[in-house]
Design a protein around this ligand. Sequence first.
Ligand code: AKG
Length: 251
Amino acid sequence: MKSENKELLRLKFREDGFIFFPNFIGQDELKEIHIHLDMLILEKVQSMPPEHVFYEDRNDLSTLKQLQILHKYDPFFYGMMFNSRFEELAKMLLGDEIIGKNMQFFNKPPRIGQPTPPHQDGYYFMLNPNEAVTMWLGLDNVDEENGCVRYLKGSHLKGMRPHVKSNTLGFSQGISDYGLDDMNNETWFTTKPGDLLVHHALTVHRADNNKSNSRTRKALGFIYYAKKAKEDTEAKEAYQAKLAEERIAQK
Ligand SMILES: O=C(O)CCC(=O)C(=O)O
């Protein structure tokens, strides 16, 4: 990509807080992703610790909702996350060296896939400055029926909104004052397999539940922090410990 084009994309991203790349990956790579995901689910999920596997209903393994740190479980996913086009893009949009933090699988099973509450990823990341990107790679056709991602344009420039406990596993905090005005100002994307969305750590976003009877809604997430962003490790560990305690209390 020419350097003037990169600069334009970066400016657009810095202005809106999100950016859309249709057809970021092709059919062959998509097929490989599905093969590796199926293998992971078949062979490793049962032995993963509870903080890496979430189900809509933990008594029903067919309701798998989220997987964490895919790159630590399969070298194929490591190769997608590091020294890859995704990493290059993160560097370009953040204008810094980056630290790859997490690669996730998101699933909203038909009928039971829950909404993703409105939130800012930076609330969970606890960074100073809050400079990071999340990439969302669609693996299915996703639209209003099965829960497309919705953003508030420019919200990353307005600071952190108040968050409260959300009762949604995997997205434990949601914005407490998200209202009609916000809903009326959302920008949403209908996406095809291989399309990529990227948002800033402070961009407000959410997604509806999967209302369809038969359509799956699968995606991969990549999280990269800017090198200059420093983690408040104490606060983060305390938060993780609290989540683990809550998980145990729910058993
Ligand atoms: O897939 C989703 O519904 C949520 C994705 C999301 O919130 C994120 O990647 O930060």
